[in-house]
Design a protein around this ligand. Sequence first.
Ligand code: ADP
Ligand code: VHF
Length: 360
Amino acid sequence: MLESKVLVIKIGSNVLTQSNGLPDLDRMQHLVNQIQGLISAGKKVVLVSSGAVAFGRQALPLPEKLNPVFKKQIWASTGQIRLINQYQQLFEILNQPIAQILVTKEDFRDRKHYLNMKNCIEVLLQQGILPILNENDTVTITELMFTDNDELASLTAAMINADTLMLLTNVDGIFTGNPAEPGSELVEKVVFQMPEVSNYISATKSSFGRGGMLTKYTMAKKSADLGIQVIIANGKRDGVLDQFTTKTLRCTWFEPQKVKNAPKKWLAHGAQYYKGEVTISEGAKNSLTSAVIRSLLPVGITKIAGEFSKGDILLICDELGKKIGLGRAEYSSKSALERLGLKNQKALIHYDYLYLFDHE
Ligand SMILES: Nc1ncnc2c1ncn2[C@@H]1O[C@H](COP(=O)(O)OP(=O)(O)O)[C@@H](O)[C@H]1O
Ligand SMILES: N[C@@H](CCC(=O)OP(=O)(O)O)C(=O)O
């Protein structure tokens, strides 16, 4: 494990709930004390906490036959108040101010929202305030949803340039089989190019979780590829964060790769967030993928689809439809269409804002 200065800690619903579904306030207090310990030691911490639906469900029984989407909206909107109030009470005793930030996937797609959110979190951290994030569950239904808060935590870690992402769940990490079965062993370290790990993971989820271990793995892998060390650990374990500090924690650790620059980190997560699609010629493709760093010029673009504005994410494809990478638009789709195929025009995507997928 590496030293950490800026951490995103994600706490799963099941960590904050007992097996009977009631909020586990002792566990919450224990984690709050340890988070405070990290902050006192000079670390910057952003907390991503699930639990709104679990806290709401317990406090407010609803008719069995009520539409599940409505149920989720009611439990999330009522439970979030309970969840954040509980954090407020626990942190207040320690003199630690907190802030609540509720976000949607849309906020990561739109460059302006993204920067507003990033600036807000940074200024909160500068002022010694702990940001507590959760998904704004009342407005995010079906395709607007994050897969789960592991995705939100991973996006947040990339956004704020965190060096560490810690995903706290109800098992010690990724096991070689069902963690409940004897014979399953903990995978202590995941290094680059270790595809077999995903094969161990079954679709089982904890009773109150949403995404399961597979999203945790996918998000952890993505973050590690961006240069962030990732730890999947057991939030139910006493002293979990203290053991992280003393490097004695039993967990799955993802080795970070070489650090990428901030705009590229934003783009690397953009696969689902692009607003337009550009098709490029074979020549442009060879130029972009060569060892020399190049921007994407209109002369190499053969087709533009979708409506986008300056700052939006674009998907780049070759003429066979193969996805090559992502980039940030320097101007709108209207201007881009006017310059399509023309020489001596300003680049549509500057190389600082170009992220190419790894192709074998
Ligand atoms: N190979 C595996 N190793 C560890 N956990 C696994 C594995 N396969 C499935 N799981 C399940 O994933 C669960 C954690 O995911 P999830 O329920 O989404 O947690 P959270 O609510 O913390 O996000 C574990 O409780 C475990 O049952
Ligand atoms: N936003 C939801 C959490 C959804 C979610 O991702 O849960 P989990 O898989 O337990 O991290 C809530 O607060 O209930």
